[in-house]
Ligand binder design. Structure first.
Ligand SMILES: Nc1ncnc2c1ncn2[C@@H]1O[C@H](COP(=O)(O)OP(=O)(O)OP(=O)(O)O)[C@@H](O)[C@H]1O
Ligand SMILES: [Mg+2]
Length: 269
């Protein structure tokens, strides 16, 4: 087995008295999609923020390419190739595609005694990067990000992360607010990133989306890795149950059935 690009070893994170992550150990390899599943409040966002340099673990270690690393800031993590795309693409609706692509790293050119933003170059690079991901509908870098569909926005953010040297791409619920077609689009782009050799960490509530692109799955329950398995090792039902906390799901199903029976008998009466 190759050395994982990123590995967590016994990571714990608490905020004051609140324990959020317990003893998390996980690995992600280049050219692989790790799906991070779990219910609301399970600790998924806290986990990726810990990986992305937003938080530091209280105890435990993060290894990159086999050696321990510590990130003092998200900037440091990004410089090492850990790029995070937050929900809704983390982009700016009132900026143009070219501007938002380069925000904080704008290409410039000389104009007389001044250094100015090189709009045309920014637009060309941004449009080319997005088109290389198969989003050929985007051909004008002057268009506002706010006018893009949710899926296009996610795609733009992913293309941007790859352009700026991502080796580990972290996606926090990129398909959550999207319709079926748009979600399929984003899933295709995740596969494209994998094909290019990135390690992808894909957070989702949607088991179907995870099963479509995932190579490796980890289910978080109350801050612990409750299950860690590879494609084909669990059924969809087993995964759904795990995410909902097993018994709770069975209870809920029994409740729903009882309600349905009540409704059916009310209709007869
Ligand atoms: N800065 C913080 N201070 C205190 N508690 C926090 C902090 N951040 C998160 N938590 C708590 O940690 C738990 C996990 O939160 P987190 O946002 O990581 O969950 P999540 O799995 O991403 O949930 P969701 O699916 O709703 O996005 C929650 O109970 C939350 O209230
Ligand atoms: Mg979250």
């Amino acid at each position: 087995m190759t050395t994982p690009v990123l590995e967590l070893r016994g990571v714990n994170k608490s905020f004051g008295p609140i324990d959020v992550l317990h003893n998390i150990s996980l690995k992600v390899h280049a050219g692989e999609v790790l799906c991070l599943l779990g219910d609301n409040g399970a600790g998924k966002s806290t986990l990726i923020k810990t990986l992305a340099g937003v938080y530091r673990p209280n105890t435990g270690e993060i290894h990159m390419d086999g050696s321990a690393v510590q990130f003092a800031s998200p900037r440091e993590a990004a410089d090492r190739g850990i790029q995070t795309v937050h929900q809704f693409g983390g982009t700016f609706p009132l900026m143009s595609i070219g501007r938002s692509f380069f925000v904080g790293a704008e290409p410039t050119r000389r104009w007389g005694p001044f250094t100015i933003y090189d709009r045309r170059r920014a637009n060309d690079i941004a449009v080319k990067a997005v088109q290389e991901f198969g989003i050929t509908r985007i051909d004008d870098g002057d268009r506002l990000v706010g006018g893009l569909s949710g899926g296009e926005r996610q795609s733009l953010a992913i293309a941007r992360a790859v352009h700026f040297g991502a080796r580990v791409l972290i996606l926090d619920e990129p398909t959550a607010a999207l319709g079926v077609k748009e979600a399929a689009h984003v899933l295709r782009i995740i596969l494209e990133a994998r094909k290019r050799g990135l390690a992808v960490i894909f957070i989702t509530h949607q088991v179907i989306h995870a099963l479509t692109v995932g190579d490796h799955f980890a289910v978080l329950i109350r801050g612990e890795v409750a299950a860690d398995f590879r494609r084909g090792e669990r059924t969809r039902e087993e995964i759904t149950d795990l995410m909902a906390g097993g018994e709770q799901m069975a209870e809920l199903e029994a409740e729903i059935e009882a309600h349905q029976r009540d409704i059916a008998s009310a209709a007869v009466a």
